[in-house]
Design a protein around this ligand. Structure first.
Ligand SMILES: Cc1cc2nc3c(=O)[nH]c(=O)nc-3n(C[C@H](O)[C@H](O)[C@H](O)COP(=O)(O)OP(=O)(O)OC[C@H]3O[C@@H](n4cnc5c(N)ncnc54)[C@H](O)[C@@H]3O)c2cc1C
Length: 242
């Protein structure tokens, strides 16, 4: 996997601060302070003025499908309709890679070889790329360009830096995060998975043992159980009165 920063909004902190001041944030606060406040208190719409574009090479089609689930973004992917895929490269999951010489790795690699041979034969028989491509595997390497604004990126990191994200997605999110935090530390230093960012983990009981924050971050359920009944009574009274 190769991840490069193609483009980023320059002077974004001043732009965000200016937008926030228009909406009433105090003139005396510096751009850095305003951005930290907006990020931390989740007044995030002003962050939409900053954009990042990434060039992402050598990821699987399976990962590109997951990326596409992030709708608040602009996506461009290598076309299997217009590009030749003979001799394609493919993703090998790290857990399988560690089992080198194992029967499972052999099976996996044989499946890739077989898909490649079938694709090549179909093309040699004059089958169009748009038809031959259906034999290509989800592991097929693809090339991707994605542009996201910072608000959407924060949402992306909160979901995909969680240890529950698929390993290839998690690896991509870490690479993208490193590029983002380098460009705009005031925004991203307080961002990681949902648990870290919100101070409470919404994964509740499905939080796996691999979670590095398991011992120090409460779950949403534990926090809500403390106050939910009393808070509901307040809401019900309010509803009765109105
Ligand atoms: C661990 C994990 C497991 C997953 N498993 C599955 C799975 O099994 N199957 C599956 O299909 N997906 C799965 N997903 C994908 C997930 O459901 C989301 O589609 C994906 O994470 C994109 O998140 P998003 O909708 O917040 O992002 P975006 O699409 O970028 O949206 C950003 C935000 O905009 C708002 N928004 C966007 N579109 C709408 C809309 N139409 N209506 C209202 N609000 C909107 C929401 O607030 C949303 O959070 C999984 C994700 C994770 C992290």
């Amino acid at each position: 996997m190769e991840v490069k920063l193609l483009k980023v909004t320059k002077g974004g902190l001043d732009m965000v601060a200016e937008a926030a001041r228009i909406s009433g944030v105090s003139e005396t606060r510096s751009a850095n302070e305003i951005v930290e406040l907006i990020t931390y208190n989740d007044y995030s719409s002003a962050l939409e003025h900053i954009y990042f574009s990434f060039d992402i090479a050598d990821i699987s089609v399976a990962l590109s499908r997951e990326l596409l689930e992030h709708r608040i973004a602009s996506h461009t992917a290598r076309s299997t309709r217009y590009m030749e895929e003979n001799g394609f490269e493919y993703y090998l999951p790290p857990d399988l890679e560690r089992r080198e010489n194992d029967e499972a790795v052999k099976l996996y690699r044989d499946a890739m070889k077989s898909a490649n041979e079938t694709y090549t034969k179909l093309r040699a028989l004059g089958v169009a790329r748009e038809e031959a491509r259906y034999v290509l595997p989800m592991a097929l390497h693809t090339h991707y360009v994605v542009t996201m604004n910072v608000r959407s990126l924060i949402n992306f990191f909160m979901l995909r830096l969680c240890v529950r994200a698929a390993p290839e997605m998690n690896a991509l999110a870490i690479r993208m995060y490193k590029l983002c935090v380098e460009e705009y530390p005031a925004v991203f230093v307080k961002v990681w998975c949902r648990g870290y960012t919100l101070g409470v983990c919404p994964e509740n009981e499905v939080r796996p043992k691999e979670c590095p924050f398991k011992k120090i971050l409460p779950t949403k359920r534990a926090i809500k159980d403390e106050f939910e009944d009393r808070a509901r009574e307040i809401i019900d009274k309010k509803l009765e009165k109105s």
